[in-house]
Every structure is written in structure tokens, then in C-alpha cells.
Design a protein around this ligand. Structure first.
Ligand code: NDP
Length: 449
């Protein structure tokens, strides 16, 4: 759909013509640009200095070969990516995703989103993202270690504690970060904060593991309270059962909600008595098994094959925490028909543009991932601070800072939406608030010839 501003539309059309195969990236750019018309209209410098045209092109894109040896002694090859998108406000920062569908389009969409998300955290971090089409699922520990070491052997040439600081994402948790950090240290003979999400014995931050899921609920709580609502006594559906989903379950429950459904890419479980996050942790983090195994612990629960059906489960609050484009128009209509209060995104870009339209026009509360899942990267920023200071803060200290940051992000999004004539539109507010900070820094730093 054409964007309602000639300059923004021409930047988008150029991009779409140049990268027609990058569907996810174009979707993410379109979503941001279509909310920026009032900002670009209000300040001619953005067009004069072609700020948007510069923002949609990464500063650097690194593609590399990742050879590794499997348990049968066979040499395998995967593709590695790091997109260093924008360093106007700080070192590049953003996770690494290991999953078989990873390609340049997905990494660019995630890197582009990360620019605005990181700006919203109030911390000095630029935007970047990386990963590989290697899938840790079904691989042995030894295979994962050898892959991570090979990946880092190349990646370390491009990163550093003041240059680019990767973290985890889908398929990259504490185990993978540990193997990559070990290899970085071996190769460089330095012990520095070059990755976040590290183990607690070697520079990790307390509460980083919980941060994205907890932060999502702090954000949703602030947003609901501003609208006279809360988690108290509400039923909650959480998609996924990985890092974000598990701790979203824990915090939503602590805030008085009841999580009745969760999923993985095979199917979903429903437990009307409330899903205990500790059981999910045991299944996913210790046993690395499928969500179906939940029935071994709670035989009264129900398992349904196919993950897309989870949106049919009637609830008050929906927290998508699995992957991109997991809620399409039809699922959004079901959520509205279920009488929900709101959809708060834990994963990146889980709602398609059509789904967002359905959710917003039905009057539900809606928060985009770049605002409501920013707690993960914010706490990574806190991990970087602790590494630089050679200190470690207590769980409560980090958690309190995280809560404060999420409340500030909500307030900043709401204020930006109000200021640019879109009161209550948190999607527009998030894009505008993030954009303004990065754009001001880019203007101040001039154009490099
Ligand atoms: P994990 O790998 O820990 O968990 C991902 C979960 O989503 C798994 O349960 C996985 O199921 C499920 N899943 C993945 N792909 C699909 C799919 N195509 N359909 C259905 N389910 C799927 O990842 P995270 O929890 O770290 O990340 C989840 C989302 O949150 C991603 O969008 C990520 O970008 C975003 N995010 C993560 C942050 C973090 O700190 N970790 C920070 C901000 C955003 P299965 O086990 O079957 O693969």
C-alpha cells in the first residue's frame, strides 16, 4: 500500500525495487515508514538530509561461510550473517538467531527493528542483528560447540565491546553464548563484554535470562493500567515456550494473570488451571523436549497438533512470543471475537500488517515488539555497564531498573503518539520516539563523504 507522504513513499518504492526478494525486511520498513508522515511533515531536515534513505540501508553487511564437522566426521557448511545497521547512538547491539529459515531478509528485518527498539531503551546502543541457517534442534552438544566456535572464528573480526555486541535470539541461549564467548576469549586473549546473555560465572547479568518476558509484562501492565485494566484475574495465552515465553508466563502469573495456553512449532497445550512456568523450564531448558511432554506432568491438560490454532483459545490477553508473522488476519479476527483486551508483542513482528489493522480498529490495546520486548536488550545494556565497571548488581537491582525502563518506554511511546496527533496509538508512538532519537544523532554527526 502506498505511504501517505511522497518522500517516504519514494524511499520505500526504491527499496522494494532493489530488494524485491526481501519480504520480511520490506514489511518491517513499511510498518515504520507509514507511521512517520507527521514527523517528516513537521521537520524538513529529514528529507533534505535524506535521513530515511540512509536509515533503511545497513552501514555494513557481513556474510560468511561457517564450516564445521558433525559427529559422523562429515564436513558441513552453513551461512553466517551480521548486519551492522546503524551506529548513530552507540555500538551495534542485537541478537544472533540460529534457525534453518534464517536468510538476509530476516536478519535485515530484525536489524532494522533493533535500531528503534534500542533507541527506546534510553541506553546508548545502535542496531544490529546476525545469525545463521544452522538449527541447534536435533544436534548434539559437541556439534553445537564446534559450530559456535567456527561461527565465532569469523565473527570476532567484526565485533568488539565498543564496536558490536551480539546476544541471543531464537536458537541461541546460554549454552550457545557460552561456546561463542569461550572461542572469542581464546582467539583474542581478552575477557571483555563482547557478548551479552553470558553465564553468571563469567560476566553475565542477573535477570538477563528473565528480562524479555518480564519486561513484556511490565510494559503490558503499565499500558493496561493507563487504560484502567490489569493482569489481575485475567486469562492469558502465550505462544512459544522458549526464553521469552517462559518468563512472560512467570511474570504474568506473578501479576495476577493465569496462563492457559503455550506452544512450540509442533503444537499447543491448554491447561485451564494455569500452566506452571517451572514445568515449561524443565521441559525446554533441561530436557530440551517438545511441549507435548507437558501432559506427562499434567495429564488433565490438552495437547493440540499444529501451533497456529493457539489463537482459537479464548482469553483476555494475548502475548505472542514465538516468531514473526505468527498472527495473520484470520487469527486476529478470532482474537477480537474472543473478546480480548489486548495483544502485546513479545516476539519480533508477530502480527502481519493486516492483523495489526484488525486488532487496532477493533479498539484492542496493541503494542509492537520493538517497544514491549525491549527489556531483553535493555538488560543486555545493563550487562555491558556491569562488565565495563567490573561489578555485578543484584537481581532486585537489575529487575527494578528493567521495570523502570519498561515504564519509561511506555510513557515515551504514549507521549510521542500524543505529540504527533495520534493519541493512544502505541505503534506510531514507538516508531516516532525511536526515530527522533536516531535521526537527531545522524543529523548532528553529518554525512560521511
Ligand atoms: P527461543 O528459541 O528460546 O524460543 C522460540 C520459541 O518459539 C520456541 O518455543 C519455538 O518452538 C517457537 N517457534 C519458533 N519458530 C516458530 C514457528 N515458526 N512457529 C511456531 N513456533 C515457533 O527464542 P526466544 O524466546 O529467544 O525468541 C522468541 C521471539 O522473541 C523471537 O521473535 C525473538 O526475535 C524475540 N526476542 C527475543 C529476545 C530475547 O531476549 N531472547 C529479545 C527480544 C525479542 P520450537 O522449539 O519448536 O522451535
Amino acid at each position: 500500500m502506498a505511504i501517505n507522504n511522497a518522500y517516504l513513499n519514494s524511499v520505500y518504492e526504491d527499496l522494494a525495487a532493489r530488494y524485491p526478494e526481501q519480504a520480511e525486511f520490506l514489511e518491517a520498513v513499511h510498518e515504520v515508514l507509514e507511521t512517520l508522515s507527521p514527523v517528516v511533515d513537521a521537520d524538513p531536515r529529514y528529507e533534505q538530509q535524506n535521513i530515511i534513505g540512509r536509515m533503511v540501508e545497513p552501514e555494513r553487511t557481513i556474510l560468511f561461510r561457517v564450516p564445521w564437522v558433525d559427529d559422523q566426521g562429515k564436513v558441513q557448511v552453513n551461512r553466517g550473517y551480521r548486519v551492522q545497521f546503524n551506529s548513530a547512538i552507540g555500538p551495534y547491539k542485537g541478537g544472533l538467531r540460529f534457525r534453518n529459515n534464517v536468510n538476509l531478509s530476516i536478519i535485515k528485518f530484525l536489524g532494522f527493528e533493533q535500531i528503534f527498539k534500542n533507541a527506546l531503551t534510553t541506553l546508548p546502543m545502535g542496531g544490529g542483528k546476525g545469525g545463521s541457517d544452522f538449527d541447534p534442534k536435533g544436534k548434539s552438544d559437541g556439534e553445537i560447540m564446534r559450530f559456535c566456535q567456527s561461527f565465532m572464528t569469523e565473527l570476532r573480526k567484526h565485533i568488539g565491546p565498543d564496536t558490536d555486541v551480539p546476544a541471543g535470539d531464537i536458537g541461541v541461549g546460554g549454552r550457545e553464548i557460552g561456546y561463542m564467548y569461550g572461542q572469542y576469549k581464546r582467539l583474542t586473549n581478552t575477557h571483555v563484554g563482547v557478548l551479552t546473555g553470558k553465564g553468571l560465572t563469567f560476566g553475565g547479568s542477573l535477570a538477563r535470562t528473565e528480562a524479555t518476558g518480564f519486561g513484556l509484562c511490565y510494559f503490558a501492565d503499565a499500558y493496561m493500567k493507563a487504560n484502567g485494566k490489569s493482569f489481575e484475574g485475567k486469562s492469558v495465552v502465550v505462544s512459544g515456550s522458549g526464553n521469552v515465553a517462559t518468563y512472560a508466563n512467570q511474570k504474568a502469573t506473578q501479576l495476577g494473570g493465569k496462563v492457559i495456553a503455550m506452544s512450540d512449532s509442533n503444537g499447543y497445550i491448554v491447561d485451564e488451571n494455569g500452566i506452571d512456568f517451572k514445568v515449561i523450564k524443565e521441559i525446554k531448558e533441561v530436557k530440551r523436549a517438545r511441549i507435548k511432554t507437558y501432559l506427562d506432568y499434567v495429564p488433565t491438560a490438552k495437547y493440540v497438533e499444529g501451533c497456529a490454532g493457539i489463537w482459537n483459545v479464548k482469553a483476555d490477553i494475548y502475548l505472542p512470543c514465538a516468531t514473526q508473522n505468527e498472527i495473520d488476519e484470520a487469527s486476529a479476527k478470532t482474537i477480537v471475537a474472543n473478546g480480548a483486551i489486548g495483544v502485546f508483542e513479545g516476539s519480533n513482528m508477530p502480527c502481519t500488517p493486516e492483523a495489526i489493522e484488525v486488532i487496532k480498529s477493533a479498539g484492542l490495546l496493541y503494542s509492537p515488539g520493538k517497544a514491549s520486548n525491549a527489556g531483553g536488550v535493555a538488560t543486555s545494556g545493563l550487562e555491558m555497564s556491569q562488565n565495563s565497571e567490573r561489578l555485578s548488581w543484584s537481581f532486585d537491582e537489575v529487575d527494578a531498573k528493567l521495570k523502570g525502563i519498561m515504564e519509561t518506554i511506555y510513557a515515551d511511546c504514549a507521549a510521542a503518539a500524543e505529540r504527533f496527533g495520534k493519541p493512544g496509538d502505541i505503534q506510531a508512538g514507538a516508531n516516532i520516539a525511536g526515530f527522533l532519537k536516531v535521526a537527531e544523532a545522524m543529523l548532528a554527526q553529518g554525512v560521511a563523504y
